[in-house]
Design a protein around this ligand. Structure first.
Ligand code: NAD
Length: 476
């Protein structure tokens, strides 16, 4: 049997970039400048664990410093390699430009399976990795600001922030050296849920445009749409939870490592997640029917497919069998360049990673701003806003009573209108606004240019043009 040869993840990202840049009239040489990864630092360090020195390999790649600091998550996974880190760093550059977040692109990774280590061992390893990066300014509030990614979360970010502040005791902005921290260590409300929440806002915006929905051969709203989701980690869990609980979508299958759980009536996402946390897999989860064949589950009939685990899961070996008319890329790079071409020819609508999963970096930006301003969002205004709103509610109530109308203001209205915006409300509002604006900028290109037939190409065009403008204004 002939082996199918596909480009690597980084080559896929570059191919997609080339497709877009060939449609732009960039200054000679600028295309290459934007595309190449500026630098990748590889570190090998030893940590003494259980009486033996173990050597770890880590990377921090800086794709573009056209705006600083550069930004991008740190991933803990056995599969981490230079090609992957560089692809992810490039995607960060394009993503930040697309959602108008003032950061360049970066990414980091450590080749490690976190499940193989005790918590105290992981802390030692993470702190040592952070030390190696911080001493080269690859963690720095004004130069390079990491965040969580696959295999890392709040806990690791808190260790990194603490390690950085130990090394920089007089740096007043040290908390801004990393985002995705717990609330009590300088984090922001809504960061954990941010990427999943962004997926929800992106889909809501897509379904606000009936013409776009009909391009995917769908109609109506998110209510009742059948969704398959791959990966019930941070991103997948929150996306599945919000879409099912708040938008009435039906999660028919959840694919995890080793197997797939299905229920045509809709899976109870919280129950499935609890089972996964307790058992590490979905075997014998009572919420649905378990099948060990997780690969073919991606190919089942559904309205929306959400790959939210790892890259290249939709590739030349399975793309012809993918039935979903709409795919939203919650993970980075889940569709290879070859599979992307085939899906586009089939008419599948793909909401691309660069836009779809930008919720994380958007709320990370809010956290960074919060850390630099040293004050919680809403702290100065919330009560004043509430007092003014209550004044208006009282006055309206008085007018209604005095005019003798046989009615009164509803309790629901009074409660909703009176409340001032706290941090979580402001974060969600800022995220929603970001996702709506970015979709509209992509959509405009999608509809206005005859040579653009898909959302990914449109997203690349918007991002590359903005980066090119930034270089122009620097005189390049
Ligand atoms: P995570 O580690 O919290 O979750 C990943 C989940 O996918 C885990 O439950 C894991 O068991 C599962 N998984 C791994 N390989 C799988 C496979 N082959 N089949 C099925 N399931 C598999 O990671 P996350 O933070 O949710 O990130 C997921 C994806 O989203 C990654 O591509 C990441 O780069 C991207 N992303 C994450 C964020 C963020 O804020 N965390 C932001 C933007 C993009």
């Amino acid at each position: 049997m002939n082996k199918i040869i596909e480009p690597s993840f980084r080559e896929s990202v570059d191919l997609m970039f080339d497709r877009a840049s060939s449609l732009l009239d960039l200054k000679p040489g600028l295309e290459e400048k934007i595309k190449v990864c500026n630098a990748t630092y590889t570190v090998r360090f030893g940590v003494r664990l259980k009486g033996k020195i173990q050597t770890f390999v880590g990377y921090r790649s800086v794709h573009s410093e056209h705006i600083e600091p550069v930004k991008g998550g740190i991933r803990f996974s056995k599969a981490v390699n230079q090609d992957e880190v560089e692809a992810l760093a490039a995607l960060m550059t394009y993503k930040c430009a697309l959602v108008e977040i003032p950061f360049g692109g970066s990414k980091g990774g450590l080749c490690i399976d976190p499940k193989e280590y005790e918590e105290n061992e992981l802390e030692t390893i993470t702190r040592r990795f952070a030390y190696e990066l911080a001493k080269r300014d690859l963690i720095h509030p004004s130069q390079n600001v990491p965040a969580p990614d696959m295999g890392t979360g709040e806990r690791e970010m808190a260790w990194i922030a603490d390690q950085y502040s130990r090394m920089n005791t007089t740096e007043i902005n040290s908390r801004a050296c990393v985002t995705g921290k717990p609330l009590n260590a300088g984090g922001i409300a809504g960061r954990i849920e941010a990427t999943g929440r962004g997926i929800q806002y992106a889909l809501r915006e897509f379904f606000r445009h009936p013409e776009d929905v009909s391009k995917a051969n769908l109609e109506g709203t998110l209510e009742g749409k059948r969704i398959i989701i791959q990966g019930l980690g941070n991103v997948g869990y929150h996306a599945a939870l919000f879409l099912s609980k708040e938008d009435g979508a039906i999660i028919t299958s959840i694919i995890e490592r080793g197997g797939c759980l299905s229920n045509d009536q809709g899976l109870d996402v919280e129950k499935v997640h609890q089972h996964l946390l307790e058992n590490g897999n979905l075997v014998e989860c009572a919420a649905g029917k378990y099948n060990e064949d997780s690969k073919h589950c991606l190919e089942k009939d559904c309205d929306i497919l959400i790959p939210a685990a790892i890259e290249s899961v939709i590739n030349l070996s399975n793309v012809e069998r993918i039935k979903a008319p709409l795919i939203i890329e919650a993970a980075n790079g889940p569709i290879t360049a070859g599979a992307d071409d085939i899906l586009n020819k089939k008419g599948t609508i793909i909401i691309p990673d660069m836009y779809a999963n930008a919720g994380g970096v958007t709320v990370s930006y809010f956290e960074w701003v919060k850390n630099l301003s040293h004050i919680r969002f809403g702290r100065m205004r919330r009560r004043q806003e509430e007092n003014r709103n209550q004044l208006l509610v009282q006055e309206l109530g008085r007018i209604v009573t005095e005019s003798g109308l046989n009615t009164k203001l509803s309790e629901d209205f009074i409660e909703k209108y009176s409340a001032g915006a706290g941090e979580i409300e402001l974060v969600r509002s800022g995220l929603d606004d970001t996702m709506v604006n970015a979709y509209q900028s992509i959509r405009k290109v999608w509809y206005e240019r005859d040579d653009v037939n898909d959302l990914r190409l449109a997203a690349y065009l918007v991002a590359i043009e903005r980066i090119a403008e930034s270089y122009h204004s620097k005189g390049l």
